[in-house]
Unconditional design. Sequence first.
Length: 90
Amino acid sequence: MYYVYILTNYTNSVMYIGMTNDLTRRISEHKSGLIEGFTKKYHVHKLVYFESTEDVNNAIKREKQLKGWTRAKKNALVETVNPEWKDLSL
């Protein structure tokens, strides 16, 4: 399985979209600060949305698609499954 996911920070003011084949491991890496870069710098550790597919190419296409969306459209997507913006990794 491949996962496309959205992370945000504590105040939901910053978003990060990523793709992985092991969602549990990847979220753990983000939360522990093992990943240098954007998510570590801006404390983007809260999983608010994810979807899965068996096709890696579809996951890559979906990740790129979501990254091209406006913030309002990304917010609406999150709110379809997680209206309270809770951390789904807990």
